[in-house]
Design a binder for this molecule. Structure first.
Ligand code: GTP
Ligand code: MG
Length: 472
């Protein structure tokens, strides 16, 4: 078990905790046994009180001075927070000064000269985890919170940080441990059937635990949508107006538009919010037969995007007949079984073909959404956005209060728990010996531990915290 260990090397770490660039203030943060002593060497308040004399959770106004040269670097506020009631559970100080990269770097350099060490990415949060203040699901919520792109995601992360997911996982875990002890007792004392749980009761308990895990998996899928946006691929034949549509939706000239087919070669994307739902809109290369190796690669990527998309916008050009390419793409979409909105573009050029296009496509993909647009005249785009909103919520990719934000790694672990439960259930149903059941329950327990950090290896931990920014 890694959680609950203490900061073994006892080092003191420091970093600039505000983002680089211009700003009103900048914060240098330090954590570890020497934090307060080192802060005392660079900071002096007007009243002569040293950092070591400052009470817990107090703040003082003063000056930061270079201890070697005696020169005043900046005016600053010093905050002193003493272990264990701090973010890292170690002594933490923050020097809150005028922002400016030069000033902040200079202060950081002084702290390092006095014995602190520059923090690695996420090291403050890693210490909070190692010192047992938060579990891994909360540490990941911290990271998600920092990179949250919308208010909904923010709300979910904040709830998770407060330990909601940790509690739900703990509840599943407690059940699992109880189950396991029952099963193992019946292995050890096969004769004493009196107080032991019956296999019907066992099945029942496993099934209800499976339901809770399934709910968590569903919630994490919702969380993924919140974090990354609904991946929405714009696909279609060459020159139908896909890039124009992306630009119109994003209201900026993101992708190159020309009158020539085969303009888009690479995948171009941007974020859009429709009624608070984040969408990642992806423009792709027009799919057609091409000899150009660059275009071929672009087309290969288009197919990849289509495969991974949560939602597809199939663009057709109303000013021309439906061609074999359009049909081919429609078949690809149908084969992938994607939810699709058919966009009938260039409506400004031609009106009469509309029904024909609809009917032909409807034979291949059943879509309730055929939206006429003109990227030239900016027509139909609000209707399109409403259709997107409707299709997403209609298929309940929407997110209720249940959404949780976890990493792909944890989503995989949850699925591992579900699979182990399913195997345990099967073993029980097939009347296999309790050893098999116990084996699977142990596996489920191990997978659960991955999420809270109890069975996570050092190596995996390194990877997780490396994705954090420095200073957090
Ligand atoms: N009249 C009219 N022209 C349009 C409309 N939408 C796009 N176009 C024009 O159609 C041409 C192709 O547009 P693009 O947006 O580059 O088409 P694309 O589907 O991205 O093309 P590729 O990247 O080559 O596959 C350009 O000349 C656009 O100005 C529209 O609604 N009406
Ligand atoms: Mg294009």
């Amino acid at each position: 078990m890694i959680s609950g260990q203490c900061n073994r090397n006892g080092s003191t770490i420091c970093s600039i905790s505000t983002p680089p660039g211009m700003g009103g203030i900048g914060i240098v943060r330090m954590s570890g046994p020497d934090a307060i002593r080192i802060a005392g060497k660079v900071f002096a308040d007007g009243g002569g009180e040293t950092a070591a004399e400052m009470p817990h959770y107090s703040i003082r106004y003063g000056k930061v001075r270079d201890p070697e040269l005696g020169e005043v670097i900046d005016e600053a506020l010093l905050t002193v927070m003493r272990a264990p009631k701090t973010y890292t559970r170690e002594d933490v100080v923050e020097i809150n000064c005028h922002s400016g990269t030069v000033v902040l770097r200079r202060i950081l350099g002084m702290l390092v000269a006095l014995g602190a060490r520059p923090a690695e990415p996420g090291e403050f949060t890693k210490r909070a985890f190692l010192n047992g203040r938060i579990d891994l699901s909360q540490a990941e919520a911290v990271m998600a919170l920092i990179s949250a792109r919308n208010e909904e995601a923010l709300r979910v992360c904040a709830a998770q940080l407060s330990g909601e997911l940790a509690e739900r996982i703990a509840a599943v875990r407690a059940r699992l441990v109880r189950l396991l002890s029952e099963v193992e007792a019946s292995i050890d004392f096969p004769e004493e059937t009196l107080d032991l749980i019956t296999s019907e009761e066992l099945l029942e308990t496993i099934r209800s635990a499976m339901e809770e895990v399934a709910a968590l998996i569903e919630a994490s899928a919702q969380g993924r949508v919140l974090r990354d946006g609904v991946s929405t691929a714009i696909v279609g034949a060459a020159n139908v107006g896909k890039s124009s549509l992306l630009n119109r939706l994003l209201m900026e000239e993101r992708a190159i538009v020309t009158p020539f087919p085969g303009t888009t070669r690479d995948v171009v994307d941007g974020m859009l919010h429709v009624e608070g739902v984040p969408l990642r809109i992806i423009d792709t290369a027009g799919i057609r037969v091409s000899r150009d190796p660059i275009e071929q690669e672009g087309i290969r990527r288009s197919r990849g995007c289509l495969r991974e998309a949560d939602l597809v916008l199939l663009v057709l050009d109303l000013s021309r007949q439906i061609g074999e390419e359009d049909l081919e793409i429609a078949r690809m979409i149908a084969a992938e079984g994607k939810r699709t909105i058919v966009v009938l573009n260039k409506v400004d050029l031609f009106y009469d073909a509309e029904k024909k296009h609809e009917n032909t496509i409807n034979e291949i993909i059943k879509s309730n959404f055929f939206i006429k647009t003109s990227c030239k005249d900016n027509f139909g785009l609000d209707t399109l956005k409403m259709a997107i909103f409707e299709i997403i919520l209609g298929d309940s990719v929407g997110f209720g209060d249940a959404a949780i934000v976890i990493s792909a790694r944890n989503e995989a672990a949850l699925k591992g728990v579900a699979a182990a439960f399913a195997r345990a259930e099967e073993a029980l149903r097939d009347g296999l010996s309790e050893e098999f059941v116990s084996l699977e329950l142990r596996e489920a327990l191990r997978e659960l531990g991955q999420i809270t950090g109890e069975t996570t290896t050092e190596e995996v931990l390194e990877q997780i915290f490396q994705n954090f920014c420095i200073g957090k």
